[in-house]
Design a protein around this ligand. Structure first.
Ligand code: BJW
Length: 255
Protein backbone atom coordinates (compact mmCIF):
# COMPACT_ATOMS: atom_id res chain seq x y z
CA UNK A 1 0.00 0.00 0.00
CA UNK A 2 1.30 3.49 -0.70
CA UNK A 3 1.41 6.38 1.76
CA UNK A 4 -1.48 8.33 0.21
CA UNK A 5 -3.83 5.34 0.45
CA UNK A 6 -2.75 4.69 4.03
CA UNK A 7 -3.24 8.29 5.12
CA UNK A 8 -6.83 8.25 3.89
CA UNK A 9 -7.58 5.60 6.51
CA UNK A 10 -7.50 8.36 9.17
CA UNK A 11 -9.61 11.52 9.30
CA UNK A 12 -7.51 14.56 8.41
CA UNK A 13 -8.91 16.28 11.52
CA UNK A 14 -8.12 13.38 13.85
CA UNK A 15 -4.44 12.55 13.38
CA UNK A 16 -2.80 11.19 16.54
CA UNK A 17 0.81 10.22 15.89
CA UNK A 18 3.13 8.46 18.31
CA UNK A 19 6.77 7.94 17.32
CA UNK A 20 8.81 5.03 18.64
CA UNK A 21 12.43 5.89 18.09
CA UNK A 22 15.85 4.19 18.12
CA UNK A 23 19.48 5.07 17.59
CA UNK A 24 19.21 5.25 13.76
CA UNK A 25 17.59 8.69 14.09
CA UNK A 26 20.74 10.13 15.67
CA UNK A 27 23.15 8.56 13.16
CA UNK A 28 23.13 11.70 11.02
CA UNK A 29 23.97 13.69 14.17
CA UNK A 30 27.17 11.64 14.47
CA UNK A 31 25.98 9.24 17.19
CA UNK A 32 26.87 5.57 16.54
CA UNK A 33 24.12 2.93 16.58
CA UNK A 34 24.31 -0.19 18.78
CA UNK A 35 24.19 -3.10 16.40
CA UNK A 36 25.98 -3.79 13.15
CA UNK A 37 29.45 -2.46 12.41
CA UNK A 38 28.61 0.86 14.05
CA UNK A 39 28.09 -0.89 17.37
CA UNK A 40 31.78 -1.68 17.70
CA UNK A 41 33.91 0.45 20.01
CA UNK A 42 37.60 -0.43 20.42
CA UNK A 43 36.70 -4.02 19.43
CA UNK A 44 34.06 -4.30 22.17
CA UNK A 45 30.45 -4.77 21.21
CA UNK A 46 28.32 -1.88 22.47
CA UNK A 47 25.62 -4.31 23.54
CA UNK A 48 28.12 -6.21 25.75
CA UNK A 49 29.08 -2.98 27.54
CA UNK A 50 25.50 -1.90 28.26
CA UNK A 51 25.07 -4.36 31.13
CA UNK A 52 25.31 -4.28 34.95
CA UNK A 53 27.69 -7.23 34.65
CA UNK A 54 30.16 -5.26 32.48
CA UNK A 55 30.04 -2.34 34.96
CA UNK A 56 30.65 -4.58 37.97
CA UNK A 57 33.40 -6.44 36.19
CA UNK A 58 35.23 -3.46 34.66
CA UNK A 59 33.74 -0.06 35.60
CA UNK A 60 36.76 1.75 34.15
CA UNK A 61 36.16 0.25 30.70
CA UNK A 62 32.43 1.02 30.81
CA UNK A 63 33.08 4.63 31.93
CA UNK A 64 35.65 4.99 29.13
CA UNK A 65 32.97 3.96 26.65
CA UNK A 66 30.42 6.40 28.11
CA UNK A 67 33.01 9.18 28.13
CA UNK A 68 33.88 8.47 24.49
CA UNK A 69 30.18 8.69 23.58
CA UNK A 70 29.78 11.85 25.66
CA UNK A 71 32.63 13.50 23.75
CA UNK A 72 30.77 12.83 20.48
CA UNK A 73 27.46 13.91 22.00
CA UNK A 74 28.79 17.23 23.25
CA UNK A 75 29.27 18.28 19.62
CA UNK A 76 26.11 16.63 18.29
CA UNK A 77 23.10 18.59 17.08
CA UNK A 78 19.59 17.45 16.19
CA UNK A 79 19.23 16.58 12.50
CA UNK A 80 16.26 17.02 10.10
CA UNK A 81 14.61 13.82 11.42
CA UNK A 82 14.51 15.15 15.02
CA UNK A 83 13.27 18.48 13.66
CA UNK A 84 10.51 16.78 11.65
CA UNK A 85 9.13 15.21 14.85
CA UNK A 86 9.22 18.59 16.59
CA UNK A 87 7.28 20.06 13.68
CA UNK A 88 4.59 17.35 13.93
CA UNK A 89 4.17 18.26 17.61
CA UNK A 90 3.94 21.97 16.82
CA UNK A 91 1.27 21.17 14.23
CA UNK A 92 -0.63 19.29 16.98
CA UNK A 93 -0.46 16.04 15.04
CA UNK A 94 1.72 14.23 17.57
CA UNK A 95 0.86 12.80 20.98
CA UNK A 96 4.47 12.12 21.87
CA UNK A 97 7.84 10.55 21.22
CA UNK A 98 8.81 7.28 22.88
CA UNK A 99 12.56 7.15 22.53
CA UNK A 100 15.03 4.42 23.35
CA UNK A 101 17.80 6.97 22.88
CA UNK A 102 19.62 8.45 25.84
CA UNK A 103 21.18 11.39 23.97
CA UNK A 104 18.57 14.09 24.73
CA UNK A 105 18.53 15.32 21.11
CA UNK A 106 14.70 15.40 20.89
CA UNK A 107 14.58 17.87 23.76
CA UNK A 108 17.28 20.02 22.16
CA UNK A 109 15.27 19.94 18.91
CA UNK A 110 12.38 21.49 20.85
CA UNK A 111 10.05 18.50 21.29
CA UNK A 112 8.16 18.60 24.59
CA UNK A 113 6.27 15.34 24.91
CA UNK A 114 9.05 12.76 25.21
CA UNK A 115 9.46 9.59 27.23
CA UNK A 116 13.08 8.48 27.51
CA UNK A 117 12.60 4.75 28.01
CA UNK A 118 16.28 3.89 28.54
CA UNK A 119 17.23 6.92 30.63
CA UNK A 120 19.60 9.82 30.02
CA UNK A 121 23.32 9.64 29.33
CA UNK A 122 23.78 13.28 30.35
CA UNK A 123 23.21 12.38 34.02
CA UNK A 124 24.88 10.01 36.47
CA UNK A 125 23.67 8.66 39.81
CA UNK A 126 24.99 6.89 42.86
CA UNK A 127 23.55 3.38 43.23
CA UNK A 128 23.98 3.68 47.01
CA UNK A 129 22.67 7.11 48.11
CA UNK A 130 20.88 8.15 44.90
CA UNK A 131 23.00 11.31 44.52
CA UNK A 132 22.30 12.64 41.02
CA UNK A 133 24.48 14.88 38.86
CA UNK A 134 24.91 16.20 35.34
CA UNK A 135 27.60 14.50 33.34
CA UNK A 136 27.53 16.39 30.05
CA UNK A 137 30.59 18.55 30.44
CA UNK A 138 33.88 18.49 28.52
CA UNK A 139 35.77 18.39 31.79
CA UNK A 140 34.07 15.20 33.00
CA UNK A 141 34.08 13.57 29.56
CA UNK A 142 37.80 14.04 29.09
CA UNK A 143 39.12 12.51 32.37
CA UNK A 144 39.43 9.06 30.86
CA UNK A 145 41.30 7.23 33.59
CA UNK A 146 39.34 8.54 36.59
CA UNK A 147 36.72 6.37 38.24
CA UNK A 148 34.04 8.78 39.45
CA UNK A 149 33.24 8.11 43.11
CA UNK A 150 30.09 9.56 44.62
CA UNK A 151 30.84 13.09 45.96
CA UNK A 152 28.06 12.66 48.53
CA UNK A 153 28.66 9.29 50.20
CA UNK A 154 32.10 8.39 48.69
CA UNK A 155 31.09 4.75 48.97
CA UNK A 156 30.33 3.86 45.43
CA UNK A 157 31.31 4.54 41.86
CA UNK A 158 28.51 6.56 40.30
CA UNK A 159 26.94 5.16 37.12
CA UNK A 160 25.32 6.62 34.01
CA UNK A 161 21.59 7.19 34.56
CA UNK A 162 20.59 4.74 31.84
CA UNK A 163 18.82 1.38 31.68
CA UNK A 164 21.11 -1.56 30.98
CA UNK A 165 20.11 -5.04 29.81
CA UNK A 166 18.40 -7.02 32.54
CA UNK A 167 17.32 -3.85 34.37
CA UNK A 168 13.66 -2.87 34.58
CA UNK A 169 12.31 0.25 32.91
CA UNK A 170 10.75 2.85 35.22
CA UNK A 171 7.04 2.09 35.70
CA UNK A 172 5.86 5.63 35.05
CA UNK A 173 7.75 5.75 31.72
CA UNK A 174 6.40 2.39 30.63
CA UNK A 175 2.82 3.30 31.63
CA UNK A 176 2.96 6.56 29.71
CA UNK A 177 4.41 4.82 26.64
CA UNK A 178 1.61 2.25 26.67
CA UNK A 179 -1.05 4.92 27.20
CA UNK A 180 0.25 7.01 24.29
CA UNK A 181 0.57 3.98 22.02
CA UNK A 182 -2.98 2.86 22.69
CA UNK A 183 -4.27 6.38 21.97
CA UNK A 184 -2.47 6.73 18.65
CA UNK A 185 -3.97 6.08 15.24
CA UNK A 186 -0.61 6.38 13.47
CA UNK A 187 2.57 4.91 14.95
CA UNK A 188 5.92 5.73 13.39
CA UNK A 189 8.75 3.30 14.15
CA UNK A 190 11.97 5.11 13.37
CA UNK A 191 15.60 3.90 13.21
CA UNK A 192 15.33 0.95 15.55
CA UNK A 193 16.30 -2.68 15.02
CA UNK A 194 13.17 -3.56 17.02
CA UNK A 195 14.80 -6.36 18.98
CA UNK A 196 14.94 -4.92 22.51
CA UNK A 197 12.01 -5.61 24.80
CA UNK A 198 9.80 -4.19 26.13
CA UNK A 199 9.83 -1.25 23.67
CA UNK A 200 9.72 -3.65 20.68
CA UNK A 201 6.27 -4.82 21.82
CA UNK A 202 4.71 -1.33 21.51
CA UNK A 203 4.24 -1.44 17.69
CA UNK A 204 2.51 -4.79 18.19
CA UNK A 205 0.10 -3.23 20.73
CA UNK A 206 -0.60 -0.44 18.23
CA UNK A 207 -1.30 -2.92 15.47
CA UNK A 208 -3.70 -4.85 17.68
CA UNK A 209 -5.62 -1.58 18.16
CA UNK A 210 -5.78 -1.10 14.38
CA UNK A 211 -3.40 1.85 14.35
CA UNK A 212 -1.43 2.40 11.17
CA UNK A 213 2.22 1.40 11.67
CA UNK A 214 4.80 3.06 9.43
CA UNK A 215 8.44 2.10 9.72
CA UNK A 216 11.38 4.31 8.75
CA UNK A 217 14.65 2.40 8.43
CA UNK A 218 17.48 1.80 6.01
CA UNK A 219 16.82 -1.94 6.07
CA UNK A 220 14.22 -4.56 6.94
CA UNK A 221 13.68 -5.34 10.63
CA UNK A 222 11.32 -7.61 12.62
CA UNK A 223 8.92 -4.61 12.70
CA UNK A 224 8.66 -4.63 8.88
CA UNK A 225 6.36 -7.66 8.88
CA UNK A 226 3.74 -5.95 11.07
CA UNK A 227 4.05 -2.53 9.41
CA UNK A 228 1.47 -1.18 6.98
CA UNK A 229 4.34 0.48 5.19
CA UNK A 230 8.13 0.46 5.49
CA UNK A 231 9.80 3.54 4.11
CA UNK A 232 13.38 2.50 3.43
CA UNK A 233 16.08 5.17 3.34
CA UNK A 234 17.86 7.48 5.78
CA UNK A 235 15.18 8.90 8.08
CA UNK A 236 16.86 12.33 8.09
CA UNK A 237 15.56 12.48 4.50
CA UNK A 238 12.39 10.35 4.56
CA UNK A 239 10.89 11.69 7.80
CA UNK A 240 10.86 15.39 6.79
CA UNK A 241 9.21 14.31 3.49
CA UNK A 242 6.59 12.34 5.42
CA UNK A 243 6.00 15.26 7.82
CA UNK A 244 5.44 17.63 4.93
CA UNK A 245 2.94 15.24 3.35
CA UNK A 246 0.90 14.56 6.49
CA UNK A 247 0.82 18.25 7.44
CA UNK A 248 -0.63 19.03 4.00
CA UNK A 249 -3.15 16.20 4.42
CA UNK A 250 -4.19 17.51 7.86
CA UNK A 251 -4.79 20.95 6.34
CA UNK A 252 -6.99 19.45 3.65
CA UNK A 253 -4.52 19.83 0.81
CA UNK A 254 -2.82 16.91 -0.91
CA UNK A 255 -0.74 18.82 -3.44
C1 BJW B 1 18.68 3.93 10.43
C2 BJW B 1 19.60 4.89 9.99
C3 BJW B 1 19.09 6.02 9.35
C4 BJW B 1 20.67 3.29 11.00
N1 BJW B 1 17.78 6.14 9.17
N2 BJW B 1 17.38 4.07 10.21
C5 BJW B 1 18.31 -12.35 28.69
C6 BJW B 1 19.02 -11.79 29.75
C7 BJW B 1 18.76 -10.48 30.19
C8 BJW B 1 17.75 -9.73 29.59
C9 BJW B 1 17.06 -10.31 28.54
C10 BJW B 1 17.31 -11.59 28.12
N3 BJW B 1 16.47 -11.88 27.08
C11 BJW B 1 15.69 -10.81 26.85
C12 BJW B 1 16.03 -9.84 27.73
C13 BJW B 1 15.42 -8.51 27.85
C14 BJW B 1 16.31 -7.43 27.22
C15 BJW B 1 16.31 -7.60 25.70
O1 BJW B 1 15.44 -7.10 25.00
N4 BJW B 1 17.29 -8.30 25.13
C16 BJW B 1 17.26 -8.61 23.69
C17 BJW B 1 18.36 -7.84 22.95
C18 BJW B 1 17.41 -10.08 23.57
N5 BJW B 1 15.71 -6.18 27.62
C19 BJW B 1 15.97 -5.66 28.80
O2 BJW B 1 16.76 -6.17 29.56
C20 BJW B 1 15.20 -4.43 29.18
N6 BJW B 1 14.66 -4.61 30.48
C21 BJW B 1 13.72 -5.52 30.71
O3 BJW B 1 13.21 -6.17 29.81
O4 BJW B 1 13.37 -5.66 32.03
C22 BJW B 1 12.61 -6.84 32.38
C23 BJW B 1 13.54 -8.05 32.34
C24 BJW B 1 14.59 -8.14 33.21
C25 BJW B 1 15.41 -9.26 33.18
C26 BJW B 1 15.19 -10.27 32.26
C27 BJW B 1 14.14 -10.16 31.36
C28 BJW B 1 13.30 -9.04 31.41
C29 BJW B 1 16.13 -3.23 29.25
C30 BJW B 1 16.69 -2.90 27.91
C31 BJW B 1 17.70 -1.77 28.08
C32 BJW B 1 18.45 -1.54 26.76
N7 BJW B 1 19.54 -0.65 27.03
C33 BJW B 1 20.32 -0.16 25.91
C34 BJW B 1 21.48 0.71 26.46
C35 BJW B 1 20.95 2.03 26.97
C36 BJW B 1 22.01 2.88 27.58
C37 BJW B 1 23.01 3.40 26.59
O5 BJW B 1 22.66 3.99 25.54
O6 BJW B 1 24.19 3.26 26.87
O7 BJW B 1 19.49 0.61 25.04
S1 BJW B 1 20.95 -1.45 24.83
C38 BJW B 1 20.67 -0.59 23.33
O8 BJW B 1 19.61 -1.23 22.53
C39 BJW B 1 20.12 0.78 23.75
C40 BJW B 1 19.10 1.04 22.69
O9 BJW B 1 18.17 1.98 23.17
C41 BJW B 1 18.49 -0.33 22.45
C42 BJW B 1 17.80 -0.46 21.14
O10 BJW B 1 18.70 -0.33 20.08
P1 BJW B 1 18.26 0.51 18.80
O11 BJW B 1 18.01 1.91 19.17
O12 BJW B 1 17.18 -0.20 18.09
O13 BJW B 1 19.63 0.53 17.96
P2 BJW B 1 20.19 -0.58 16.95
O14 BJW B 1 21.64 -0.30 16.75
O15 BJW B 1 19.84 -1.94 17.37
O16 BJW B 1 19.40 -0.30 15.60
C43 BJW B 1 19.60 0.87 14.85
C44 BJW B 1 18.65 0.82 13.68
O17 BJW B 1 18.74 2.06 12.97
C45 BJW B 1 18.98 -0.29 12.68
O18 BJW B 1 17.78 -1.00 12.36
C46 BJW B 1 19.50 0.47 11.44
O19 BJW B 1 19.17 -0.19 10.23
C47 BJW B 1 18.76 1.78 11.59
N8 BJW B 1 19.40 2.94 10.96
N9 BJW B 1 20.88 4.46 10.29
C48 BJW B 1 16.96 5.17 9.54
N10 BJW B 1 19.95 7.01 8.88
Amino acid sequence: MDLDTILHRVEASDIRIVSIVGSGISKASGMPTFRGKDGLWNNYRATDLATPYAFKNDPRLVWEWYRARMRILLDAKPNPAHNALTLLEKEKLSIGIITQNVDGLHEIAGSKEIVEMHGRIRYARCPSCNHYERWDSKEKAEKNSDLPYCPNCSNQIIRPDVVWFGEPLANERWNKAVEWTLNANIVLVIGTSGVVVPVSSLPVFAKERNAIVIEFNIEETPISSISDLSIFGPCEKTLPEFAEKIIKYSRGSND
